[in-house]
Design a protein around this ligand. Structure first.
Ligand code: SF4
Length: 383
């Protein structure tokens, strides 16, 4: 067995039974998943209206909201907010990866650290992520030990707990001295202008609260009609990722504030002085106009489909254009990168559809992308 076979075997053995157990023990979660699907469909059927509502809500509570059409515009706005010579901590954000934010900020002369442990490991190794929520799932702990020894000059040993302890000590000092924190968002509440983030490590909470400036960058499909739906989304994402209850759910509504002096709400207080929300299109609105591709926009990034997919497993996790991988990644490579080739590899086992909390008919979407690819090849409009 190679490293991937060992690592994915361990990952599947931990994740698959755990998610089933979570769903058996908390039967209300399947109802919440149905509600989240309804809420997302409501937004997708009126997407421009909800984008505008979200932006107005963010401005109303003292934040700044931006809508960008593509990755270049996203980099330009983040670059203007950050500037250069800053220390930046990044909570895990797939949209930040999609739009190339870390490397762009580094090219401007900033010191930028991924703070999700898996993301930090792939930053150290300069490798793409192999799973959407477990980006270093391809690394065995033996390899991680060697990587940490090489990058930090410390031997953590090969116990999981000791590896995490070394990363904690390294990152703590980065959090406490960072100028800017960048996160994604699991969900955005259109009515309140709040973002909701779910996590276990505490790195997102630290990145979004300790530095004086917080930037959240996320896709427009993360909008939900209101805060109630947005919190449901976080619970459902955590459950189907197999980490339930989540250690933290963070709700951020604008910069920090207090009402402790005569009940007048003023900002900032002890947390960030600035809050910026960047809503990214990058192909999502076009996909939303297509009734088949719209289904893919319902994805909540739980990563469950990966662990049930035989193709993802035999391709060593290298299926889809990073950061998107696995069955969802084959769909999303088409949406954000116009790359339909990953869809050609689907074997239509159908396990993904069975386990997806949003009931996305992933094989149908991939078959549709395959047909699109062949039509374009026949017409000579795609290489
Ligand atoms: S496609 Fe479904 S199972 Fe796969 S990551 Fe998205 S929500 Fe989860």
């Amino acid at each position: 067995m190679n490293d991937w076979d060992i690592a994915i075997k361990r990952g599947v053995e931990h994740n698959v039974p755990r998610v089933f157990k979570v769903l058996r023990e908390h039967p209300y979660l399947e109802d919440l998943a149905r509600k989240v699907r309804e809420g997302k469909l409501e937004v997708l059927s009126n997407l421009d209206y909800y984008i505008e509502m979200t932006m107005k809500s963010v401005e109303r509570i003292g934040g700044k909201a931006y809508f960008v059409e593509n990755a270049e515009q996203a980099r330009e706005i983040v670059g203007k907010i950050v500037g250069n010579g800053k220390r930046v901590v990044m909570g895990k954000s797939m949209v930040a990866y999609e739009t190339g934010i870390r490397k762009y900020l580094q090219s401007l002369g900033n010191e930028v650290w991924e703070t999700d442990l898996g993301e930090l490991l792939i930053q150290f190794a300069d490798e793409p992520p192999s799973h959407i929520i477990a980006p270093a799932v391809h690394m065995t702990r033996e390899r991680i030990r060697e990587l940490i020894k090489e990058k930090l000059g410390v031997d953590p040993g090969d116990k999981h707990e000791d590896i995490v302890k070394v990363a904690r000590e390294f990152l703590r000092q980065k959090f406490l001295t960072a100028d800017i924190g960048i996160t994604g968002a699991n969900a955005v509440a259109a009515d309140a202008g709040s973002i909701v983030l779910v996590e276990n490590e505490g790195n997102i909470r630290m990145s979004s609260v300790v530095p004086p400036v917080h930037i959240s960058i996320t896709g427009v499909e993360k909008i939900l009609p209101n805060l109630e739906y947005a919190i449901y989304e976080a619970l459902v994402q955590a459950a189907y990722a197999g980490l339930y209850p989540p250690t933290y759910i963070n709700v951020t509504s604008g910069p920090s504030s207090t009402g402790d002096v005569e009940q007048k709400r003023v900002s900032p207080a002890h947390g960030p002085k600035e809050f910026h929300l960047i809503l990214v299109d990058n192909g999502r609105r076009k996909a939303n106009e297509d009734p088949v591709l719209r289904e893919a926009l319902l994805c909540i990034r739980c990563g469950r489909c990966h662990f049930h997919c035989p193709v993802y497993r035999v391709l060593d996790g290298k299926w889809g254009d990073p950061p998107y991988s696995g069955p969802m990644g084959a769909m999303w490579s088409g949406i954000v990168y116009n790359d339909y080739k990953p869809a050609l590899l689907c074997s239509h086992a159908g396990n993904c559809r069975e386990v997806c909390p949003m009931k996305i008919n992933i094989p149908k979407v991939l078959e549709y992308l395959k047909n699109k690819y062949f039509s374009m090849m026949r017409a000579g409009t795609k290489e």
